[in-house]
Design a protein around this ligand. Sequence first.
Ligand code: 8OZ
Length: 392
Amino acid sequence: PAPRPAAVPPLRIFSSEDTDPMTDQISDARLFLPVTLGSLTLANRIAMAPLTRSRAGADGVPSPLAATYYAQRAAAGLLITEATNISAEGRGYAWTPGIFTPEQVAGWKAVTQAVHARGGRIFMQLWHTGRISHPSLQPGGVPPVAPSAIRPEGQAFTEAGFAPFETPRALSADEMPRLIEDYRRAAENAKAAGLDGVEVHGANGYLLEQFLRDATNTRTDDWGGSIENRARLLLAATDAAISVFGADRVGVRLSPVTPANDAGQDSDPAALYGYVATELGRRGIAFIHVIEGATGGPRDNQPFDYAALRKAFGRHGWIVNNGYDRAAAIAAIDEGRADMVAFGRPFISNPDLVDRLRRNAPLAPLDRDTLYGGGAKGYVDYPTLDGRVAAA
Ligand code: 8OZ
């Protein structure tokens, strides 16, 4: 018989009604077994999804608490950092971190050292927000850039509060090499900071997805029109990251039908994303990380055949995300529909999420008031099952 797990100390953060679903059985589901992704062997098939927390300085240096925050969660098979600005121009939210200055690189070095000391692995999500920004967040107060001068509906999160989006400036074709170089330099900085790899943020209505979809890209040059043209920037950014890290240390995040950030829907998502997945497969990247449905919302907002997309990718390294619970994650792995499952919000309030899932222990609820901005509260003070708050 399997050895019995050590006794679990009593819970301190739940009322007595909540405490019973925990068993003394530790699951042997494949979700909790190691997996190889690219050139990395990961301890389990649970990834921490990128999560914006807006606790960096106005200069984009990650919070001094970030090392503790990520190290507390290092039992995830793979940590993916919060979306991180590749350039000052890419910034679209107040207090988000960057990876384009020496001070930012030094700040991230502290994070990677703390994570590696705990045996964790960490990729950085490389971000350019495109039109999902605001002049007050841009150097010189100029309008943000986008494929086309189409104003998104909604509001930007600025240092002075929410402000309506403004019409972006359409990038000129001349600027594209510079933009691709920004991705390459960001990857180089991420490598210097000790990241194990990078995830190119191609999802959620930001710059690369603005180029991908014909709802937001009405260009008539090499960067718009055909699917090949609309996918050019995402693939060039990925190639730039590959030139630094090698394909087996690069992932890409996609969200084929999300309406997030007024992304609109592409006229033919199956063809568009099928082409992208095929091209990424050809490059041999470590993974595609796919958001199924509406980001943080319904999984069935639009029909989409994710199995066909995976087939187009044609490789190992399929990370699924969006609203998975324990049972759905175990089933996705057991039924061979995914190689890893990424959890987002549950990781915020459960630093020991992997342990809790393995034990089928209850999850602590999220405090929404401390999601974005602020300091230690709601960031590094969520306890583990034994009631303890881990230091770095
Ligand atoms: C929530 C708040 C701010 C940014 C994304 C980077 O949706 C984000 C984000 C999410 O990908």
